[in-house]
Design a protein around this ligand. Structure first.
Ligand code: ME8
Length: 560
């Protein structure tokens, strides 16, 4: 039936699931906020969208961390997983799922995936058992080839150790019997997949890195550990001497919440929200997501995610912020100090996909005062402050505009001396498109830049049109020009607030509430001038009045 509508698959975005060996830091918050911004952006574009985050709780790293604390692994995981979960509340993350790899539904999904790998593949493409020796890094939970390992000395103790040259974490020599996934047999399939999806990993240099790795360094993957060394994990249902490798376990999280194992197991069924539209990861875990994960899915005839966004790292004094290094910023304190939305704003503004980013309270303080207070806060205050006696009423300005009285301005449109009254128009018209273009590349920083150009331009516009002078003039055109100035500034603020909702959800909600913008008119479709003819009026029920007392108008209060 040609009239039958095919329901569009909801947008699905994921973050990595975080190791619970220590508390969360600002790097974890960063990628979770980015995922939240992507999800909220879809929503204000009218799409149904889902976000999955959570914690990675199995493996040797966690087993050892728990033992060090003298705790049983599950209690240890409960304690630390809660810290990540409460961070999502504190930071206003709109996640739909918070997965824990110790959840029964996930462990079940892992077992099923495992059995499918073992039994549904032709023998040369399926799992095989073999013996394995090599350098294993517990901190990174992976083996490294000989050429990526070198001796090092622990500064504090003088102890001689072997480390991986990239992560600088300790490696140890391990020899064991395990199951293998014949990754090398999937080389052609992976390269074909990359060829067909040349922008699969963004940014482009990361895609190239992946391709180089697949072309030159592919090895079969050891996908279990002997239970004697690793017992904290999902064990092979048919071979209890083996525990499934933590990375295989962890990657499956992305399909668990999409219903794999409980609602579907093959691509001929309705896979719900899978494939994910976007998987956000840090550069440290690119190989797992861009090589192992698609290979495992391709093996079972399941589609890989539609795209991967790989970001760089936050640093402190030029070193990667990491739990193992102990140079971390505690996001809970940062949220208390700066408030949720300003911190989200900073992370998105200074976040970067291609360079490492540096965290500094001085920079946050400067951005807070120069951008949030001086631009958006100030603009809000300027156009909403009560000066009704002098005609500063946005309500009236909007009404005047809507009643068509602005056609009077047509008379002056071509006159040189009135040009500055129209200087904002091109910004009003194009900002939403600019933001959409940036967000198509998931570039929140670029999106912020576009909005702030509009805001800066608006403050300049007000300075040029001098509404305070117009308010005192008795010329025929003055009231019209005054209302025009206020109305166009209000339009700029309304558009900016709509577009910034994903980044600062609660501040922008307040701003839009204060402006009397109806909840169903806060989508990107309304982020164009003259699309909303109903805001700016007071809403008796909610007691929202655009001409309220000054003290309510401070969006970004002074910080301590
Ligand atoms: O790797 N700057 O978990 P993890 C920015 N459990 N982002 C950072 C960061 C930093 N300094 N440090 C960490 C794991 N991240 C696995 C993932 S997924 C199936 C399993 C972010 O706790 C970044 O996104 O080490 C990185 O990829 C992720 O946290 C790793 O978190």
């Amino acid at each position: 039936n040609s009239t039958a509508q095919i329901k569009e698959k909801p947008f699905y975005v994921t973050t990595p699931i975080f190791y619970v060996n220590a508390a969360p830091h600002i790097g974890h918050l960063y990628c979770t906020v980015l995922a939240d911004v992507v999800k909220r952006w879809q929503q204000i574009n009218g799409k149904e969208a889902y976000l999955c985050t959570g914690t990675d709780e199995h493996g040797m790293k966690i087993q050892r961390a728990a033992a060090k604390e003298g705790m049983d692994p599950k209690s240890f995981c409960d304690l630390n997983s809660d810290k990540f979960r409460s961070l999502t509340y504190d930071a206003d993350i709109s996640n739909d799922f918070f997965i824990r790899t110790t959840d029964p539904d996930h462990k079940d999904a892992v077992s099923q995936f495992w059995l499918q790998l073992k039994h549904s593949l032709p023998s040369q493409l399926g799992l095989y058992k073999g013996s394995h020796e090599g350098w294993y890094c517990v901190s990174d939970e992976c083996f490294y080839p000989e050429d990526l390992v070198q001796p090092s000395i622990v500064p504090q103790t003088g102890k001689k150790i072997m480390i991986n040259v990239e992560s600088e974490n300790e490696v140890e020599w391990v020899k064991e019997e395990t199951w293998f996934f014949p990754l090398t047999k999937y080389k052609e399939a992976l390269l074909k997949f990359y060829d067909e999806n040349p922008e699969w990993v963004k940014p482009a240099n990361r895609m190239q890195e992946v391709r180089d790795w697949v072309e030159n360094h592919l090895e079969d993957l050891s996908v279990t550990r002997p239970v004697s060394r690793l017992n904290w994990g999902v064990s092979d249902p048919e071979d209890p001497s083996q525990t499934i490798y933590v990375w295989v376990d962890a990657l499956i999280n992305y399909i668990t919440k999409a219903g794999y194992g409980s609602k579907w197991r093959t691509s001929t069924e309705d896979m719900g929200i899978w494939p994910a539209d976007l998987q956000i990861i840090g550069k440290d875990i690119l190989r797992f997501h861009a090589i192992y994960w698609p290979a495992l899915l391709i093996a079972l005839g399941l589609p890989p995610a539609k795209g991967i966004l790989c970001h760089n790292h936050w640093t402190m004094s030029n070193r990667k912020m990491s739990k193992s290094l102990g140079n971390v910023v505690n996001p809970v304190f940062a949220l208390q100090r700066w408030d949720v939305d300003p911190l989200r704003y900073f992370l998105m503004r200074n976040g970067n996909l291609t360079r490492d980013m540096s965290y500094s309270n001085d920079i946050i303080a400067a951005i807070y005062s120069k951008e949030l207070q001086a631009n958006i806060g100030n603009l809000f205050y300027r156009i909403a402050k009560p000066k009704a006696s002098a005609g500063w009423s946005t309500k009236r300005a909007v009404e005047t505009s809507n009643s068509g009285a602005f056609t009077a301005l047509d008379m002056v449109k071509d006159k040189e001396e009135y040009q500055h009254f129209f200087s904002l128009e091109s910004f009003l018209a194009r900002t939403a498109d600019g933001v959409s273009r940036e967000m198509a590349d998931y570039n929140a920083s670029g999106a912020i830049r576009e909005v702030f150009e509009l805001l800066r331009e608006t403050n300049r516009f007000i300075t040029d049109t001098q509404p305070w002078v117009l308010a005192k003039q008795n010329e025929t055109l003055s009231p019209l020009l005054l209302n025009w100035t206020i109305h166009r500034s209000a339009e700029a603020l309304r558009i900016a607030a709509i577009l910034l909702q994903p980044i600062m959800p609660s501040k922008m909600k307040r701003l839009l509430d204060e402006m009397g913008v109806q909840p169903d008119r806060r989508t990107v479709a309304y982020a164009k001038p003259d699309t909303d003819d109903a805001y700016g009026t007071s809403n008796e029920k909610k007691n929202i009045n655009f001409d309220r007392a000054n003290k309510h108008l401070t969006l970004f209060p002074p910080t301590v």
